[in-house]
Structure formats: structure tokens, C-alpha cells
Ligand binder design. Structure first.
Ligand SMILES: [Zn+2]
Length: 278
């Protein structure tokens, strides 16, 4: 069943776990994410980013997810990841997305608040949840997401931002990266604690790929209720497909597509298991 983000995250925060948000780029990744969630019996967020519009239009993603949601009994959120265009947010809501992320993190603080508040007013009117972002993540390896200089989220600004905009979830920057880590991850749980002390809505950690389990658990204990995983789905699946093709066996494209579904499921399974209640 399709639900919005707010309810799922509220329950996660109360229950001391996080819900995984997994990026999809085609039918196979959508199917892998949803099937893994169904097998674990756990709420799942299917995330489609503005940067993957050349792969699939928003109404195409929504059509597939909506059809598949009728075959599963877990709560499914269809989330628009990192969207800078209000026009695309409107299109996503019209197409049936139940959650949107307006990414105004590169805007000046006041402007980010102003546009985010407008998005919230529009989305909430039709029961759609809104995530927004403060601060910026650095870029790691193998990421195709836009990343620049790392800016940690300012806790005082976070409090003001949440109060003024009415968002349902706040993405923060505390040292995770978009992509795979180049060295040892340096994640500042102290900043997270300061933000959690002034913000009572669920917090979101982007850049989940490769984040060590002990840090993930500490983040969950301190208010993180949604964790995004993108790069590892791609890196792992591409490596596995490469090995298959190098094995010398020949495959019909339809068989490779099913293999792809299986590899995506393995990554989703690993992370969803890490995030679930203990
Ligand atoms: Zn992100």
C-alpha cells in the first residue's frame, strides 16, 4: 500500500529504527527494492531523483510503483529525491508521489526557507510529505549526484528552519558523503545530537552507502529515521553484472534483467537489515 513519508518516519523514530530510502533508475531497480522490502516485511521508500529523469519520467515511475504496490502488503513511500525545481515537484505530486524532497540547500538560508514553506503548503494540501535539506554533503567516489564543498548543518538554523517551514523531515550534513567514502568516514555524531536537541521531526541521513554499521546505529539512536542509499546499489550491481558477462556464458537480455533485480535486492537487504528495529 502507498503511504506518505510523515507517518512512516514518525513510527520509525518512535520505534528506534530507520527506514531505508533506495534510489531507482529503471524497472529492475524498482522491482528489486520493492521485493526486498516485501521479503523483510518492512516499510520501504522508493526514491526517484530529478537527476534520473533521462532514465524514467516521473509518471512512468509512479505508474510502475503504483502497480507493484498492489501486490505487496508493506507500507511503500514513493519519494522524489533531491529536487531543485518546483515545477518537477508539482509534476511528481500530480503523478502520485507520496513524498517530495525540495533541495534548496544551495540557496541562501532565507530563500531556502521561503521556497520550502511554499512547497510544504502545496504538498500538505494533498497529503504529500516534504523533506528539505540544510547544509551540504561532500562528494565521494562513483557518485553521479551533484556534490560540492562539505558544509555541516548549523543546529541553530535547523531549529528555525523546521519551525518556519513545517517540513516533515530534515536532511542534514554531518560527514556522510554522496558516493562511496574515499578514506575512513568521519561522521560527527556530536553535530547530530545538537540538531536533535532543537528539532523534534525525524532527521534524514543522505550518503548511507558504505557507512559503518556502528555509526548507523548511533545515528538512529540520535534521531535519524530515514537513510538514503544510492551509489552502492549501482556499484554492486554493475560489478556483479560485469563478472557475469566476463564468465564467458551467454545471456539473453531478459535473463540479465532478472539477475539485476537479484543484485539490487542483495544491497537493499543488507541495508534494510542494518536499519531495522533491534
Ligand atoms: Zn542525497
Amino acid at each position: 500500500m502507498m503511504v506518505n513519508l510523515a507517518g512512516v518516519l514518525k513510527e520509525a523514530k518512535g520505534g528506534g529504527y530507520a527506514v531505508g530510502s533506495f534510489n531507482v533508475y529503471n524497472f529492475e531497480t524498482i522491482r528489486g527494492v520493492i521485493e526486498a522490502g516485501q521479503e523483510l516485511g518492512y516499510p520501504t521508500i522508493v526514491a526517484s531523483g530529478e537527476s534520473y529523469l533521462p532514465n524514467m519520467e516521473l509518471d512512468e515511475v509512479a505508474g510502475i510503483v503504483s502497480a507493484m504496490s498492489r501486490r505487496v502488503d508493506i507500507p511503500l513511500v514513493l519519494h522524489l529525491d533531491h529536487c531543485k525545481s518546483v515545477e518537477n515537484i508539482v509534476k511528481a505530486i500530480k503523478a502520485g508521489f507520496t513524498s517530495v524532497m525540495f533541495d534548496g540547500s544551495s540557496l541562501p538560508f532565507e530563500k531556502n526557507m521561503e521556497v520550502t514553506a511554499q512547497v510544504v503548503a502545496m504538498a500538505h494540501a494533498v497529503g504529500v510529505s516534504v523533506e528539505a535539506e540544510l547544509g551540504a554533503l561532500a562528494g565521494g567516489e562513483f557518485s553521479n549526484e551533484e556534490s560540492g564543498e562539505e558544509i555541516y548543518t548549523n543546529p541553530a538554523q535547523a531549529g528555525q528552519f523546521v519551525e518556519r517551514t513545517g517540513i516533515d523531515a530534515l536532511a542534514i550534513s554531518i560527514g556522510t558523503v554522496h558516493g562511496m567514502y574515499k578514506g575512513t568516514p568521519k561522521i560527527d555524531v556530536g553535530v547530530l545530537k545538537k540538531i536533535a536537541a532543537v528539532v523534534d521531526i525525524p532527521l534524514v541521513l543522505h550518503g548511507g552507502s558504505g557507512t559503518p554499521e556502528n555509526i548507523v546505529r548511533e545515528c538512529i539512536l540520535n534521531g535519524i529515521a530515514k537513510i538514503n542509499v544510492n551509489t552502492e546499489i549501482s556499484v554492486y550491481t554493475v560489478e556483479k553484472l560485469k563478472a557475469l558477462l566476463a564468465s564467458g556464458k551467454s545471456f539473453h537480455l531478459s535473463q540479465l534483467a532478472l539477475k539485476e533485480v537479484g543484485f539490487v535486492k542483495e544491497v537493499v537487504n543488507k541495508y534494510a537489515t542494518m536499519f531495522r528495529p533491534r
